[in-house]
Design a protein around this ligand. Structure first.
Ligand code: LIP
Length: 258
């Protein structure tokens, strides 16, 4: 965890500098409305170098660099250097470094670092979740009508827009509010911190959610795909919530999707 936190902080320092001069960055498109900047690439390089220095044999799954095999077949870092690239490029300060660690296919540690607010969310399996030095607990609200949820809205060119409208309509009708922050890693961190009662999204990538899944579980929450199973990294579907609301949210979304 110390290695992951150090790597996230180091990459975060460069990100804060780049955020101040965002107009000077080189930006290209990976797909429709899917951007990558020189800041993403630089941050990924820093994180990879820091993690490799400490654990040279571990493999990687990197947002920009893809799968990189290591000699140690049981451990894999799952890294999104800037989760919330669109926010970053628009001067919106909500973006984060996300680093997860998997051992034999199980997520065992996660770090989500929001550099602008210097918020370091971290968790290790069995040891709890923290924001800086404060222990995190999911929200204790039990009723959907008192709950604030967060989600991701599929952008131009992304599949699933019709289904998303159905889900949103159902959730809007049952809850106190829905937010869209623009970083799945932070959405999960906010659920872990009890700021929001739940989060759902489809078509999300493993590097966006790996670290946040550990945060939610270690703060007493539940995470699953839309079938209530644990295949979030494979399906790209995720529902996270406090223990009271998770099953209610899963059934609401399943009913809405038809
Ligand atoms: C982004 C997510 C965001 C999601 C976007 C995108 P990126 O990650 O975290 O919440 O809705 O579609 O995947 O591309 O900024 O790393």
């Amino acid at each position: 965890l110390n290695v992951m936190m150090g790597a996230a902080r180091k990459a975060g320092r460069g990100m804060v500098r780049d955020f101040g001069e965002v107009e000077k960055l080189q930006v290209s498109m990976k797909g429709t409305s899917d951007f990558v900047s020189s800041a993403d690439l630089k941050a990924e390089k820093t994180i990879r170098a820091e993690l490799s220095k400490a654990r040279p044999a571990f493999g990687f799954l990197l947002e920009e660099g893809g799968e990189v095999g290591g000699d140690d077949k049981s451990h894999r870092w799952i890294v999104d250097p800037i989760d919330g690239t669109t926010n970053f490029l628009h001067g919106i300060p909500q973006f984060a470094v996300s680093i997860g660690l998997e051992r034999d296919g199980e997520l065992i540690a996660g770090v989500v670092y929001e550099p602008i607010s210097d918020s370091l969310f971290h968790a290790e399996k069995g040891a709890g979740a923290y924001l800086n030095e404060w222990r995190l607990r999911v929200s204790a609200r039990r009723k959907l009508e008192e709950s604030v949820l967060t989600t991701g809205i599929p952008h131009r060119g992304r599949p699933g827009q019709d289904v998303f409208i159905k889900e949103l309509t159902a959730v809007m009708q049952e809850t106190a509010g829905v937010r869209r922050f623009g970083s799945a890693a932070l959405d999960l961190a906010y659920v872990a911190a009890g700021r929001c009662e739940g989060y759902w999204e489809s078509g999300i990538k493993p590097w966006d959610i790996a670290a946040g899944i550990v945060l939610v579980k270690e703060s007493g929450g539940y995470v699953s795909d839309f079938d209530g199973k644990g295949d979030m990294l494979a399906t790209g579907d995720i529902v996270a919530a406090n223990d009271q609301l998770h099953s209610k949210l899963v059934s609401l979304l399943r009913k809405a999707r038809g």
